[in-house]
Ligand binder design. Structure first.
Ligand SMILES: NC(=O)c1ccc[n+]([C@@H]2O[C@H](COP(=O)([O-])OP(=O)(O)OC[C@H]3O[C@@H](n4cnc5c(N)ncnc54)[C@H](O)[C@@H]3O)[C@@H](O)[C@H]2O)c1
Length: 327
């Protein structure tokens, strides 16, 4: 089949393209990416010359360009990673998040409809559920938890999720949605917590932690996210939402502490800064539905994945140094 991957020059999309080409050599993969500040064509260098791969620079909001690409490639499935993805940026400038994340998704859905009911998968986030209290470790997000997004980013993702499900219900489009916890791994832009702390630690800079650093995130290695998406694309039921999580909850301070120990950074380098507006306290995800129905389980223990990730950043300065800027 031909699989259209949008946002494939970003962190998770690029890892997914490497994964798919390796594990599904019979398929053709077409990547559509606008190359915003977050997209990097150089990340895709290992596959750019691959005979089953095509890179197209373009905006998912550009109806004409998307339609042209559908006529050229006739994809049987679309997986949508393309999004503005940084919460802090969404607090500064929400408009671009609504455009890319909601209206862009609508353009893709319309193209899927117009081209005979193409299979569509939306890559979403656990942040659509809002947050959980720190003192109730027994609570986890399930697919039935109410949507209570806290930031313009998560609100735009929740809006897109609802639109995708509505296209499934109204037009019978074969859609699925996945909501994943925080990812880590290679090729993540240094504006996000883990690479930012690694890059700053290596530069001898302070490691700024929001508030007391007690906010909890559930971490999943990006390769485990890719295997979950594969299971959903192949076996997921149309109209369904699947949570994806690692059951690897860590406070932000624990993450920073782990990086400090590994890179031998003195604890004085960690500083506490004013908290993010509307900062979600805790995310924790129940991915029991995905395990029970599609047989998926995460394979990479957090400590192992973090060791590999830190080593990757140590070995790939050429990749992140041009992107590190003022992080
Ligand atoms: N990073 C995480 O921890 C995480 C967790 C759960 C879900 N997600 C979701 O996964 C997806 C990918 O996240 P990421 O961390 O790889 O993001 P990223 O910011 O690293 O990459 C986003 C990619 O989308 C492209 N893009 C943005 N707007 C576009 C547009 N209008 N048209 C075409 N391309 C466009 C960018 O150029 C970039 O290559 C997002 O939808 C995000 O909401 C991310």
């Amino acid at each position: 089949m031909t699989l259209l991957v949008t946002g494939g020059a970003g962190f998770i999309g690029s890892n997914f393209i490497f994964y798919w080409i390796k594990n599904h050599p019979e398929d053709r993969v077409v990547c559509l990416d606008k190359l915003t500040y977050a997209g990097n064509r150089a990340t895709l260098a290992p596959v750019l010359e691959h005979p089953s791969f095509r890179f197209v620079r373009g905006d998912i909001c550009d109806r004409e360009a998307v339609d042209r690409l559908f006529w050229e490639e006739h994809p049987q499935a679309v997986i949508n990673f393309a999004a503005e993805s940084h919460v802090d940026r969404s607090i500064q400038d929400p408009g671009v998040f609504l455009e890319a994340n909601v209206l862009g998704t609508q353009v893709l859905l319309d193209a899927c409809r117009a081209h005979g009911g193409v299979r569509f998968h939306q890559v979403s986030t656990d942040e659509v559920y809002g947050d959980l209290p720190l003192d109730r470790p027994d609570l986890l997000f399930t697919e039935n938890s109410p949507l209570r997004p806290s930031s313009p980013y998560s609100a735009s993702k929740a809006g897109a999720d609802l639109l995708v499900l509505a296209y499934g219900r109204t037009y019978g489009l074969p859609v699925t949605v996945s909501r994943c916890s925080n990812n880590y791994g290679p090729y993540q832009l240094p504006e996000k917590l883990i690479p930012r702390m690694i890059v700053r630690a290596l530069a001898g800079k302070t490691l700024p932690v929001y508030g007391g650093g007690e906010n909890v995130r559930d971490w999943l290695h990006v390769d485990d996210h890719c295997t979950a998406l594969d299971a959903i694309l192949q076996k997921g039921r149309a109209g369904e939402v699947y949570n994806i999580g690692g059951r690897s909850e860590r406070t932000n301070l624990e993450i920073v502490g782990l990086i400090c120990r590994r890179l031998e950074v003195p604890p004085e380098q960690v500083v506490h800064v004013a908290d993010r507006k509307g900062h979600d306290k805790r995310y924790a995800i129940d991915s029991g539905k995905l395990s029970q129905q599609l047989g998926w389980r995460p394979q990479i223990p957090f400590e192992v994945g973090m060791e590999d990730t830190i080593n990757w950043y140590l070995d790939h300065r050429y990749w992140w140094e041009p992107l590190a800027g003022e992080v």
